[in-house]
Design a protein around this ligand. Structure first.
Ligand SMILES: [Fe+2]
Length: 177
């Protein structure tokens, strides 16, 4: 593991807080380098689509993950009931409903209530995007609701994948807040 210097300019001798966490606070979550994480920890979501869970916010109804797409095409049409924040880390994609192209380094905030259709273009071999999704969303086929997703469906599919692959469920427990 890479060791980094923690030396810093500190003429007043500032020390770490003595009680950084109140007694009932939950511990932080930290991943040193997301690109070093074993491929087996990515949860398959559809053909060529997987997500890497980072935080399951069960008490406030949100989740944070990386979404990875390794095929071109339409991912889904869905309607959100909470806000979505996203940062593109790799590749490029767009919503059919928007003019913008979301490229590496783009930040996106989608408001609650929006319906959109995520598309990855033909010339993108891989896209990875960080998502923070509040509440949940429904998958739509025209006006028909054909599925839904929220923090609990995300945990359930992660649990299934961990079970099938002999991974330690406690690693998922650590992400639940
Ligand atoms: Fe969305």
């Amino acid at each position: 593991m890479q060791v980094y210097s923690r030396k810093f300019h500190n003429p007043r001798g500032v020390q770490a807080a003595v009680n950084p966490l109140p007694p009932d606070a939950r511990p932080d979550i930290f991943f040193g380098n997301l690109s070093d994480i074993d491929d087996i920890r990515w949860i398959p979501q559809a053909d060529g689509v997987a997500f890497l869970p980072l935080c399951f916010g069960v008490t406030q109804g949100y989740y944070v993950n990386l979404l990875r797409v390794r095929k071109s095409g339409v991912l889904s049409c869905h309607k959100h009931f909470g806000a979505v924040h996203a940062v593109v880390l790799k590749g490029r994609w767009f919503y059919l409903e928007h003019e913008e192209m979301y490229t590496e380094g783009s930040f996106i905030m989608e408001p609650p209530g929006e319906t959109h259709t995520l598309v990855v273009p033909d010339d993108v071999p891989e896209m990875i995007t960080w998502f923070h999704a509040v509440a949940g969303y429904i998958y739509l086929d025209g006006d028909n609701i054909v599925g839904h997703e929220d923090v609990f469906t995300k945990i359930a599919s992660a649990r299934r994948h961990y079970e099938e692959n002999g991974l330690d469920q406690r690693d998922l427990d650590k992400l639940i807040r």
